[in-house]
Design a protein around this ligand. Structure first.
Ligand code: UD1
Length: 392
């Protein structure tokens, strides 16, 4: 008997989560008909939310993800547009393919849209990275997580705090499986390849415009790394302006600050007349969106990381990079310093960022490995699906 699984990706942070899962399926198909006596027919659906080469195809190539079997090509738009278009097109995919399972990862619009559509079509849903909660309903990702986890048949959690969150919400025990963090599978599988890259070359290859960066300072591995794209940080000039001032006039005054820019942030900086300041700051090294290995390499030796990304908080924890999280809350408390991680919440308050920045510069790199962040999560995810028994 063949099991049919449709996995869904939509936006950049999904790609590093699906890569090891696909590899686990390939291994299972090669080494079995398995203890379960079945092969898996796997179909990869890309909703097309991220479509630029640097935001999508580049990751497929780098992480050896097969081309999607189906691309829904929903593109950019408001949340309702993205979710609505995805639901309409994904519904017809489900009707045609009739899978046993739909596997969704993370918390982007594809995660929400495809889990709702699958449940309405009577298809079982498995959510990888279930149970994360920030409690912040102003974040679209929190809404996506809540809806997905309420509907999913199988909730695969990255840490025990997430499992506990689900129990508190009344999710029955037989649906929850603690599997570890699948993104760390990708980190471990790519660590050596990333380590071989040259930091100076990464900056030269990706720099925006024709500027030259100060390669002398970079060679000494004394630099900060920054990513920032959340609407709460970049969509309001009253928030973005003072942040840009702090990063350009203070941080970049002391150390080179490498900032690979998300298309959303570039658009907003230009719209608010801040692009000139940022691009003229001598030690601010502005890069186009960079690849997975390049980002991992920069993270490995950064003195400090400033970010509002969720995945980077996790990678900093494993690499030990002191991380200032530019948010007031986190859905990943296991990455916080009070839980042994590398990250501290600084929101977008300039004074708080300044204080924690000073403290972080004085702190040591301290790698930490939460339970089951061991590089083997994808196998446990697949096993959980194969072992799933419908509750009586
Ligand atoms: C989405 C996810 C967010 C994730 C982020 C990672 C949701 C709700 N949000 O946010 O959780 O952290 O991806 O990047 O799903 N754009 C391009 N090229 C692209 C894609 C986007 O230029 O390939 C520009 C467009 O102007 C678009 C804007 O970026 O309007 C925002 O993209 P969108 O996919 O709506 O949300 P993200 O901010 O990327």
């Amino acid at each position: 008997m063949k099991m049919k699984i449709i996995s869904v990706v939509g936006a950049r942070p999904n790609f590093m989560k699906i890569a090891p899962f696909i590899r686990a399926i390939e291994r299972y198909n090669q080494t079995s008909s398995g203890s379960h006596g079945q092969n898996i027919n796997h179909i990869l659906v890309h909703t097309g939310q991220h479509y630029d080469i640097s935001m999508s195809q580049a990751f497929f190539r780098e992480l050896n993800i097969p081309d999607p079997n189906i691309n829904l090509e929903v593109g950019s738009g408001t949340h309702a547009e993205q979710v609505g278009k995805t639901m309409i097109t994904f519904e017809s995919v489900l009707r045609q393919e009739k899978p046993d399972w739909v596997v969704v990862v993370g918390d982007v619009n594809a995660t929400l849209a495809c889990s709702v559509t699958a449940k309405k079509e009577g298809v079982k849903v498995c959510h990888i990275e279930a149970g994360l909660r920030s409690g912040d309903m102003t974040m679209p990702e929190e809404i996506n997580r809540l809806v997905t986890d309420r509907l999913a048949d199988l909730l695969l959690t990255p840490d025990k705090i997430s499992s506990e969150n689900l129990r508190k919400e009344g999710v029955s025990e037989n649906k929850i499986v603690f599997v570890g963090n699948i993104m760390i599978d990708t980190l471990e599988a790519n660590r050596a390849k990333a380590a071989a890259l040259n930091i100076d070359a990464i900056c030269t290859d990706n720099i925006i415009g024709k500027r030259k960066h100060n390669s002398q300072i970079l060679k000494e591995n004394y630099y900060g790394l920054m990513t920032m794209h959340r609407p709460s940080n970049v969509d309001d000039p009253a928030v973005l302006g003072p942040l840009v001032d702090l990063f350009c006039k203070e941080v970049a005054n002391e150390m080179p600050l490498i900032w690979p820019i998300h298309p959303r942030s570039e658009k907003k900086l230009k719209e608010f007349g801040l692009w000139e300041t940022v691009s003229k700051t001598v030690n601010m090294i502005l890069l186009n969106p960079i690849g997975y290995h390049e980002m991992l390499r920069l993270n490995m030796d950064a003195s400090l990381l400033l970010t509002d990304s969720g995945g980077l908080q996790e990678e900093c924890t494993v690499l030990g990079t002191p991380c200032l999280t530019l948010r007031w809350n986190t859905d990943r408390p296991v990455t916080l310093r009070e839980h042994g991680g590398a990250s501290v919440l600084v929101g977008n308050d300039v004074e708080k960022i300044r204080t924690e920045y000073r403290k972080s510069l004085a702190s040591e790199r301290k790698p930490m490995r939460p339970e089951l962040w061991d590089g083997h999560t994808a196998e446990r995810c697949l096993r959980a699906i194969l072992d799933y028994r419908k509750p009586l």
